[in-house]
Design a protein around this ligand. Structure first.
Ligand SMILES: [Zn+2]
Length: 320
C-alpha cells in the first residue's frame, strides 16, 4: 500500500482506511489501522521462528481476523503461541476470542479485572455514530497476569513486558519492549497525531509515563493509535504528549479556580495546537478524570461521556 489518500469523486480527499502489516525489523510487525480514531487501534506480532507473540487484538471479529490472517501469511503459518493485551480497552482486547485457544494470553491483573467487568462488549451504548458492532466475539481474559515485568524468550528474541509503575492510560498498562531490536510497543501510552485519552487512567500518571517511555531510547515506537514513529520523531511525539497533558492539568486548575465544571472548562479552553487532532472531545473526558482525582472521588463515566457529546454537539465518530 503506497498511496495514503485517494480522491473522492466529488472532490474532497478521504483517508485510505486500509490497515497494513508493516515489517519493522525481520519478523517484527506492526498492524496499523488508519485512521486510528475511536476503536481503530494498532496491534503487533513478533515471530520467534517456532512461535509468534501477538501484541493486542482489535475491536471487532472482522478486524481481528484480518490482522491474524495477515500475520499468518507473513510468518508462513508459524503458530501464535502467546499474546499480550497492553490494556483493558475493547479496541485492543475484544478480539481476544479469535486467538487460537492454545495460545496463552497475558495481561496486567488490573487489565484482566477491567475487561472482566466490561459491559460494552455485550452491546455498545449509542455514544458513537455509527454504533459499533463487534461481531462474533466473546470475552476472553488473560490466563497469565503480569503485575510488573515478565520476559518472554521467542527463539533468540527477547520481549520484555513491562508496567510503567503507576496508573497512566489505565490502571493496568503494559508495554512490549524488544531490547535487541529497540522496538517499543507502547499501547495507548502513545497516540500519534490523535488526541490522547486518559479518562480511565491518570493525567499526571500519563505525563510521568512519557519520561519512562523516553528512557527506553527506542528506535521504533508502535503507538496504540496512529502511524508508527521512527528515530528522532519519537522525541517529538513524546513532547507533544507532555504538552497535551500539561495543557489538561492547567485547564483543570484554571477551571476549578473559576468554579467551572469540566464541560464548562473545556468549552472555554483554546485547544491551540491540539485542535486539529482527531477525537478532540477527549479534552472533556480527560478533564473529568483530573477533576475526579483532584476531588478524590470516582469518575462518573456516564456523565463524562454525556459531556463529551455535549461539547461535540453530536455522538462521537468511529470508523470501526
Ligand atoms: Zn485505550
Amino acid at each position: 500500500m503506497t498511496d495514503t489518500t485517494h480522491t473522492h469523486p466529488t472532490g474532497p480527499q478521504v483517508p485510505d482506511l486500509e490497515p497494513t502489516l508493516e515489517e519493522l525489523r525481520p519478523g517484527v510487525y506492526a498492524w496499523v489501522q488508519p485512521d486510528g480514531s475511536w476503536w481503530v487501534n494498532n496491534a503487533g506480532a513478533i515471530n520467534g521462528g517456532d512461535g509468534v507473540l501477538v501484541v493486542d487484538t482489535c475491536a471487532t471479529a472482522a478486524r481481528t481476523r484480518r490482522f491474524l490472517d495477515a500475520v499468518d501469511t507473513a510468518t508462513g503459518g508459524i503458530p501464535v503461541r502467546l499474546a499480550v493485551n497492553t490494556h483493558q480497552h475493547g479496541d485492543h482486547a475484544y478480539g481476544n476470542s479469535l486467538l487460537p485457544t492454545a495460545a496463552v494470553l497475558l495481561g496486567h491483573p488490573l487489565m484482566r479485572e477491567g475487561l472482566r467487568v466490561d459491559p460494552v462488549i455485550d452491546g455498545c451504548p449509542p455514544l458513537w455514530d455509527p454504533v459499533p458492532d463487534w461481531g462474533p466475539v466473546t470475552k476472553r481474559l488473560p490466563e497469565v497476569t503480569v503485575a510488573s515485568a515478565l520476559t518472554v524468550h521467542l527463539g533468540d528474541r527477547r520481549v520484555d513486558l513491562l508496567h510503567p509503575g503507576d496508573t497512566a492510560h489505565t490502571t493496568g498498562d503494559l508495554v512490549a519492549w524488544l531490547p535487541g531490536e529497540r522496538v517499543l510497543f507502547s499501547g495507548d501510552l502513545v497516540f500519534n497525531g490523535l488526541t490522547p485519552l486518559v479518562f480511565m487512567g491518570s493525567v499526571p500518571g500519563a505525563l510521568a509515563a512519557v519520561d519512562w517511555l523516553a528512557s527506553f531510547q527506542a528506535e521504533i515506537l508502535v503507538p496504540g493509535h496512529g502511524p508508527v514513529v521512527i528515530g528522532t520523531e519519537i522525541d517529538r511525539v513524546l513532547d507533544e504528549h507532555r504538552r497535551y497533558y500539561r495543557f489538561v492539568l492547567e485547564t483543570a486548575e484554571a477551571g476549578r479556580a473559576l468554579g467551572l465544571s469540566p464541560l464548562e472548562a473545556a468549552m472555554q479552553a483554546d485547544l491551540g495546537e491540539f485542535a486539529e487532532w482527531a477525537d478532540a472531545e477527549r479534552i472533556v473526558l480527560n478533564l473529568h478524570r483530573q477533576y475526579a482525582d483532584h476531588d478524590g472521588r470516582e469518575l462518573d463515566l456516564a456523565a463524562a461521556f454525556a459531556d463529551a457529546i455535549a461539547w461535540l454537539g453530536r455522538p462521537m465518530h468511529t470508523f470501526v
